[in-house]
Each structure stands twice: as C-alpha cells, then as structure tokens.
Design a protein around this ligand. Structure first.
Ligand code: AMP
Length: 185
C-alpha cells in the first residue's frame, strides 16, 4: 500500500503514522524526521534546511524532492510506505506523481487528518519542540493553509482523498483511519 498522510502541524499525524506503519507493515517516510536528522548530522542538505525549519517556513521544493526521490529507491519502500509530511506543495505532489508514474506504482490513497485551527494552536503551544515558538507555529499554520491545503483539491480530483475527523482519542482516530485502510490491504 502506498499512502500519503496530510494534515496541519499538530493534527497528530506522527502519532497515527507510528500505529499505521506497524499495522500495515509500511516504511515510514517523514520528511520532517529526515530533515531533522540531516540538520543534526550537519550535512549540506541539513544546514540548508535548518534556516527554514527553525522559522517555520517550508524547505525549498527541490531540496525535499531530492531527499524523497533517494529514499523511495531504498529496499524497504518497495512493499509499501506511508508518506508523512510530504508532499506539502503542489509542485512536490506533481514531482511525486511523475516519479511514481515512471515506476508504474501510483498512490493508493491519501488520508487527510482534519483538526480545527484553534485546537491546533493549543496542541502545538503545549508540545515544546525547538521549532514550536509562537511565531514559528503561526508561520507553519499559515504555510499549511496557503501551500498544503490546495493538495486536498488536487488529490480530491484524482479520487484518492479520504478525510478523517482528527478530534477524539488516539484510539478513536486510529479506528477511523483503519476502517479506510483495511480496504487497501
Ligand atoms: P514536520 O515534522 O513534518 O512538522 O516538519 C518540520 C519542518 O520541516 C517543517 O516546518 C518544514 O520546515 C520542514 N519540512 C518537512 N517536510 C517538508 C516538506 N515536504 N516540504 C518543505 N518543508 C518540509
């Protein structure tokens, strides 16, 4: 199964992603995790990404697309994967489509985890990650609204989009997601 997971920062994507990859045996491809690892290892990509990440802005498309293109070639991705935090722009989605079309391995489903904005701000402000300053949080929410939300329409038109209510307990939300994903096993 090839799955894209879309949701605003603070929606609980990471938590749900951990459970999903276990239940469906998928590789977990989180561009946020990859970029943080690159930043900590001080690679050229990591150093470039750091300035964007710490201010809550998106890292340039070409950088993130390069990272994902390399990752998708690895052996553990061939049986299926969950993309968590990628694509985040239309340009990234188009590049991904082109890569997958070439390999004849299209996406199976795109899940949107939907959470109201007031709730997101509350959750993010309580999380305490290094890039969770008030200014960076606002910037990430604005970035989501302007750059990532258009993907809902993009994948909706392809007939791939399923929206899940992201309010409730972790178990409740996981049950909603599983009901959808069981159809693609
Ligand atoms: P995340 O852990 O997914 O919230 O990502 C943390 C930060 O990494 C984001 O605020 C961005 O600066 C950067 N980032 C992660 N994924 C992407 C992406 N697909 N495109 C651009 N920037 C990204």
């Amino acid at each position: 199964m090839r799955l894209v997971f879309i949701g605003p920062p603070g929606a609980g994507k990471g938590t749900q992603a951990e459970r999903i990859i276990q239940r469906y045996t998928l590789a977990h491809l989180s561009t946020g995790d990859m970029l943080r690892a690159a930043r900590d290892a001080k690679t050229p990509v990591g150093i470039e990404a750091d300035t964007y990440m710490s201010s809550g802005r998106l890292v340039p498309d070409a950088v993130v697309i390069g990272v994902i293109a390399e990752r998708l070639k690895e052996a553990d991705c061939q049986a299926g994967y969950l993309l968590d935090g990628f694509p985040r722009t239309i340009a990234q989605a188009e590049s991904l489509d082109a890569m997958l079309a070439e390999k004849k391995t299209p996406l199976d489903v795109v899940i949107e985890l939907r959470v109201p904005e007031e709730e997101l701000f509350k959750r993010l402000a309580g999380r305490g990650r290094a890039d969770d300053t008030e200014e960076a949080i606002k910037q990430r929410l604005v970035g989501y609204a302007n750059q990532t939300k258009p993907l809902l329409d993009y994948y909706g038109k392809q007939g791939l989009l399923k929206t899940v209510d992201g309010l409730g307990s972790i178990d409740d939300i996981f049950n909603r997601v599983s009901t959808i994903l069981d159809a693609f096993k």
